[in-house]
Design a protein around this ligand. Structure first.
Ligand code: TYD
Length: 133
């Protein structure tokens, strides 16, 4: 089974600033079909709270910070997204919750599939049932 993991991207930095490259298959494990980003959340908000049957993700806080809890049905893991060259890879069938957003947080989400609301599991009980099958 595929595991959630931290990905450290190369920072191409010089006196002009930094540039980070994310390329499908090359430094993340899938071709990117969809990009979305989350901003304007705050310390109180919890986002996500779902698992995906088909889609894999890489999440990168390109500005500000947030935290992500991932849960594969057996163990939970906490990731701090606190640098713009750090991402987390989230395979299918992982329950995820994003929270503790800084006011300047922009959370970039790269996805392996186009949006299909039917492949989202938004009920934790249903997730446990399916993941433990
Ligand atoms: P939602 O899945 O609730 O966001 P989060 O996982 O961050 O809590 O999505 C918010 C809204 O945006 C919801 O109405 C569905 C819609 N949406 C799309 O139309 N396409 C997408 O690719 C995504 C991720 C969400």
């Amino acid at each position: 089974m595929k595991e959630t993991k931290l990905i450290e991207f190369k920072e191409n930095g010089d006196d002009r600033g930094h540039l980070v490259v994310v390329e499908g298959i090359k430094n993340i494990p899938f071709e990117i079909k969809r990009v979305f980003y989350i901003y304007g959340s705050n310390k109180e908000v919890i986002r996500g709270q779902h698992a995906n049957r088909k889609t894999e993700f890489v999440l990168i806080n390109v500005s500000g910070t947030s935290k992500v809890i991932v849960d594969d049905g057996i163990k939970k893991k906490l990731y701090n997204l606190d640098r713009p060259h750090i991402g987390i890879y989230i395979p299918t069938m992982v329950w995820k919750e994003m929270y503790d957003f800084s006011s300047d947080s922009v959370l970039l989400c790269l996805a392996s599939e186009n949006y299909d609301s039917n492949e989202y599991i938004r009920d934790y009980g249903e997730f446990l049932k399916e993941v433990n099958k």
